[in-house]
Design a protein around this ligand. Structure first.
Ligand code: AMP
Length: 305
């Protein structure tokens, strides 16, 4: 694919600001980001956004690579968004390493990192929030009140700043994907949402920035999550159709590990996240637990007949 700078044509200021054609640029100001985007829009170049909270791993990189394969300009946002964290959650200790993220994003093919400060995004007197109802009352929304309001607000702001043709989200946060899709539909937004599969460690644990906080023992115990979900899928493939039984079995496996506290294990449909009793269409088996102080989520999608 032709590099972005070549498509812009000539020695524009965009070229001058890059040490080499492929070097990634970090932008902290909304005004500067918007100005860059305007230039690309004038040239009719397609723009992709990969929203993240940073401390990137292969899950994030898979989204960036996919974005790069389908879009001319790829912006990765790195912003630990305070409005999606509850009071007693890990906002203050969320892992951060911009230099490492810069290298990884560049290698994966991103053109820009948008890395605004909290004050840039939520200046004094900030008062506007976006809320999707119903879907956000289930699963993680139940145990993390206000979480999705923070997510939809920041994603909305990012969409307004970056005006992406496409935005890439991981199915690791399956509920988030559905909530964002609903927001886009309900508010007639112009961005296409591209859901991407979960990337796992070799032993099955779903990649997460929070995994670094697991002790060696907790890391080893955490395998029960993916193992139980894979076992559920195997059972369905072997003909099991009783979702209640499948969920009960996952819960029992996890309950065997005394260091793990279950928030929820649920079988829900992929449309409105209502409890699923039969294996019709797509069923999401989703779980959230706490291992020590670390909250982990994982899920698997079962295809009905
Ligand atoms: P986060 O930085 O955790 O907010 O995640 C940013 C984006 O990366 C979200 O769309 C996540 O769903 C996605 N993501 C996080 N972990 C994974 C994973 N293991 N596989 C695929 N996507 C992921």
């Amino acid at each position: 694919m032709t590099p972005v700078c070549a498509k812009i044509g000539g020695r524009s200021d965009i070229m001058k600001n890059r040490s080499s054609e492929d070097a990634i640029k970090i932008i902290e100001s909304i005004a500067k980001m918007k100005a860059r985007i305007r230039k690309y829009k004038e040239k009719n170049l397609s723009i992709a956004l990969v929203p993240t909270m940073g401390y990137l791993h292969k899950g994030h990189l898979s989204l960036i690579e996919k974005a790069k394969a389908n879009t001319e300009v790829v912006v990765v946002s790195i912003f630990v968004n305070p409005t999606q964290f509850g009071e007693n959650e890990d906002y203050g200790v969320y892992p951060r390493d911009l230099e490492r993220d810069r290298k990884l994003s560049e290698e994966a093919g991103a053109d820009y990192i948008f890395n605004p400060s909290v004050e840039e995004i939520y200046p004094r007197g900030y008062n506007t929030y976006v809320e999707v109802e119903k879907l956000t009352e289930k699963l993680c929304g139940k145990s993390r009140p206000g979480h999705f309001r923070g997510v939809t607000t920041i994603v909305n702001k990012l969409f307004n700043i970056i005006e992406p043709d496409r935005a890439y989200f991981g199915l690791k946060d399956a509920q988030q994907v559905l909530v964002i899709m609903k927001m886009v539909e309900d508010l007639n937004m112009n961005t296409e949402i591209i859901p991407c599969p979960i990337v796992r460690e070799e032993d099955g644990l779903a990649m997460s920035s929070r995994n670094v906080y697991l002790s060696k023992k907790e890391r080893s115990i955490s395998l029960v999550l993916s193992k139980s979900l894979f076992e559920a899928k195997d059972k369905v493939n072997a003909g099991e159709r009783n979702l209640a039984k499948i969920v009960a079995r996952i819960k029992a496996n996890i309950d065997n590990e005394s260091e793990i506290t279950i928030d929820y294990v649920k079988a829900v449909n992929m449309i409105n996240l209502e409890n699923a009793t039969t294996l019709e269409n797509k069923v999401l088996i989703a779980l959230a637990v706490k291992i020590g102080k670390v909250r982990l989520i994982d899920n698997i999608i079962l295809e009905g007949n």
